[in-house]
Design a protein around this ligand. Structure first.
Ligand code: AVJ
Length: 324
């Protein structure tokens, strides 16, 4: 029954299944430096924990990005222009896009793309009823995999991709460039990209942003093991892994790890994975850029920088790039 509803609402479903989840986890855990893909953080509990992280005092990104959007939304809406087809990668709870949609001039289509299927389904229904003039086509997918976009009924003047929150920071710069090249091809001529990216700053600020006092980030990180236990019949003992996050200045990234607190073994799909005391699983990278580096990224990916907005401390930036 539940699936019927899903059928009617999710335009395209490319959610990675159990098989690819298992395969990716095994590949990551067999590496000398064990790792897990950060996209799998966002199951129901993970998405919920992420929302709580966005409310934290220490996690400045959502607050500063929202203030930049508020200060310049008129200019942004002018640049985007009327009758836009808006695509958002990693739309999450769709909170940010509402503000944008409220100020755009007669947007015609909105395509949220997210890996978190239940949340995507839920918010797409809400958006469709709150914005009756907007066609909403949710796509459930890992945005790095290539997939076709839904066929559209209404004409649009321009395709604009919205990629807020420094989600681009999860990709290493080489992958980020490839992904942005792909985005340029999705936008086509006359297309544009509105993207938020976190900037380099005092490592102490970064450190507390990823090591909050309430331990929400730690719970978010550990939830990945719980998800693997539940969905892949694995036996990680969560109390023997500890959240560890730090800024790596040489690589310009915050790294999140889970550190084994003792020698131990974990069993997955008839395979035994051994951990030495102090060994880590690398679960996420959040790359930080300076403005010059990110402008070079635009050129490398086939865009021209049209406009850049920053806050007064230059902690965060929002960019409007057009396809060149
Ligand atoms: C959603 C990828 C932008 O890297 O800052 C927040 C995820 N991880 N706290 C980030 C995250 C730990 C976040 N992004």
């Amino acid at each position: 029954m539940q699936d019927e509803g899903v059928e009617r609402t999710i335009s395209y479903d490319f959610k990675p299944g159990r098989e690819s989840f298992l395969a990716e986890v095994l590949i990551g855990l067999r590496k000398p430096q064990k790792e897990l893909p950060s996209k799998y953080f966002y199951d129901e509990r993970g998405s919920h924990l992420f929302e709580r992280m966005c409310e934290l005092e220490e996690y400045y990104i959502p607050r500063i990005e929202a203030s930049i959007m508020q200060a310049h939304i008129k200019e942004m809406a002018e640049l985007v222009g009327p009758h836009v087809l808006l695509i958002e990668y990693g739309s999450g709870n769709c909170k940010k896009v509402r503000f944008l949609l409220d100020h755009l001039h007669n947007p015609v289509v909105y395509i949220p793309i997210d890996i978190s299927r239940e949340q995507l389904l839920h918010v797409s229904k809400e958006l469709a009823s709150e914005y009756p003039k907007l066609e909403v086509y949710p796509v459930c997918a890992d945005y790095l995999s290539s997939f076709d976009l839904p066929a559209l009924k209404r004409p649009n003047e321009r395709v604009v991709v919205y990629f807020p929150g420094s989600t681009i920071g999860n990709l290493d710069p080489i992958l980020a460039k490839h992904f942005l090249e792909h985005v340029a091809s999705v936008c086509g001529t006359a297309g544009a990209l509105l993207i938020g990216v976190d900037l380099k700053k005092d490592p102490a600020v970064l450190h507390s942003a990823y090591n909050d006092k309430e331990g929400i980030t730690a719970a978010f990180n550990l939830n990945l093991l719980q998800r693997i236990n539940r969905e892949l019949d694995c036996d990680f003992q969560l109390e023997w892994f500890q959240h560890y996050a730090f800024y790596n200045p040489r690589e310009s990234r915050v790294e999140m790890h889970l550190v084994s607190q003792r020698d131990q073994e974990v069993h997955l799909n008839r395979e035994t994975i051994s951990f030495a005391k102090g060994e880590s699983i690398w679960t996420e990278s959040s790359y930080k850029y300076n403005l010059d580096e990110f402008e070079q990224m635009a050129a490398a990916a086939g865009f021209k920088v049209e406009r850049v907005w920053v806050d007064e401390r230059q902690w965060f930036s929002v960019h409007y790039w057009v396809v060149s």
